[in-house]
Design a protein around this ligand. Structure first.
Ligand code: DGY
Length: 425
């Protein structure tokens, strides 16, 4: 394990571009939002200052309205498509115009708790004081621009926002996207990686049509939302935001911020009430739902199991989810496949249609442990450890035989090793 720890640290150092870390230098040569948050967890195990810097750099790209972009293009790089000239958000630094799952507040809470435990609370408090209002503004932005009916959920306006780009949850809603005006373009992902591991051409056409929609609206978030052909209540982002609002509340309490405390209590309560809309009674699972048709996706994905991480405690629903866990664990060697292996669309190495992702395992395992399901929490962690030890620090892994999928020497996989999978006890 000592050698694996050293290899993980070496990956983070090699992917460090000075204040921010690229997920993988070839496939993803910029700063990604939720990648950076997980990366901070890894740095925090050996360089606390660098961990905080990762998030401070990310928030330097925050827009005035609180929006935090999913990519920050600190330097251009021809190895990625679509780059800054396609997004054309007109920002300095150049950024994309969509966001990503809001894991940052939960990460900051963990960094803060560890700094306090290490007796460094006084040194890090000013940094927390500076980050707190930025996190607050991002969460308010979700309330104002990604929850049109004030239900306490997150409505994604682009599959890339969910972080689970090609999950089948977006297939039916994606049919409403007109791709006839997309035109010719050259993908770069498939020149770095086997196309069998990546989204299809039709999916890319839809991604680009939505980028063009945002661009045509001048990246005005209210206008984009009003006319977007894709509006899906994402079970993953909704669970993650609920957790993040609770973590931000704990930080508000530590900082004695009474006004924000009240606001966050209300946001978390609204999330807890509203998220029930994503329970699919027929499927007996947490599922994403198309806001435009009202239809549940009916897909059981790894995101469905984030209910424990979100802190939802409902004996009947928890037991149904544990039933799915039992069934899935009997079908694959490694938890947690990104798509139910009993689904006919399951593909063991295609991105979010089967592979295991270490960061999702971290959230699922953490949630299961907190909910008192220690046996399952240990299994999710042991499986993550086994995958990394046998295959290396891949972007994702086949749940069937552990084969690495996507980019190698991947930053967030290295970080999750250091912060969670590779730690004993
Ligand atoms: C990609 O380019 O594959 C990314 O997931 C978009 O964020």
């Amino acid at each position: 394990m000592i050698e694996t720890d050293e290899a993980a640290r070496a990956i983070l150092r090699a992917n460090d571009r000075g204040g921010y870390t690229v997920p993988n230098g070839r496939v993803y040569p910029f700063q990604w939002n939720w990648d950076s948050a997980f990366v901070a967890l890894g740095f925090d195990t050996f360089d606390r200052d660098r961990a905080w810097t990762e998030l401070e750099t990310l928030f330097r790209a925050q827009w005035e309205d609180g929006f935090l972009p999913h990519i920050v293009f600190w330097k251009d790089d021809p190895g990625y498509f679509p780059g800054p000239s396609v997004w054309a958000t007109g920002r300095r630094p150049a950024t994309s115009g969509i966001t990503q799952p809001p894991v940052a507040a939960s990460v900051v809470r963990r960094l803060w708790d560890r700094a306090v435990e290490a007796g460094e609370g006084a040194a890090y408090r000013p940094r927390l004081e500076a980050l707190f209002p930025k996190l607050m503004n991002w969460h308010r932005w979700f309330r104002d621009h990604r929850d049109p009916d004030r239900r306490g959920i997150v409505v994604a306006l682009h599959p890339w926002e969910t972080g689970r780009d090609n999950s089948p949850e977006w297939d039916a809603p994606g049919e409403a996207i007109d791709v006839s005006g997309v035109g010719e373009y050259v993908r770069r992902d498939t020149s770095h990686l086997d196309a069998k591991m990546r989204p299809t051409k039709l999916e890319y056409d839809r991604y680009l049509a939505l980028v063009q929609h945002g661009r045509a609206q001048g990246w005005d978030h209210a206008r984009i939302a009003a006319g977007s052909p894709f509006r899906v209540a994402d079970v993953g982002m909704s669970m993650i935001l609920l957790r993040a609002n609770r973590d931000l509340l704990a930080l508000a309490q530590d900082l004695g911020r009474g006004r924000e405390e009240g606001e966050l209590i209300e946001l978390a309560a609204r999330g807890e009430r509203g998220i029930g809309w994503l329970w699919d009674e027929a499927r007996q699972a947490w599922c994403s739902r198309d806001l435009l048709t009202g239809r549940s996706s009916g897909f059981v994905t790894s995101a469905s199991f984030l209910s424990f991480y979100a802190g939802l405690r409902d004996a009947r629903r928890d037991s149904a989810m544990l039933g799915h866990l039992d069934r899935i664990a009997a079908r694959v060697r490694y938890l947690m496949p990104s798509l139910d292996p009993d689904d006919p669309g399951f593909q063991m190495i295609r991105y979010w249609r089967g592979p295991v992702w270490s960061v999702v395992n971290y959230m699922i395992g953490t949630g299961l442990g907190e909910a008192g399901h220690a046996g399952w929490a240990d299994k999710v962690r042991a499986d993550t450890l086994g995958l990394i030890e046998s295959s290396g620090f891949y972007e994702a892994f086949s749940p069937v035989d552990g084969t690495g999928s996507g980019g190698d020497d991947f930053s967030w996989t290295a970080a999750i090793w250091l912060a969670w999978a590779g730690t004993a006890g």
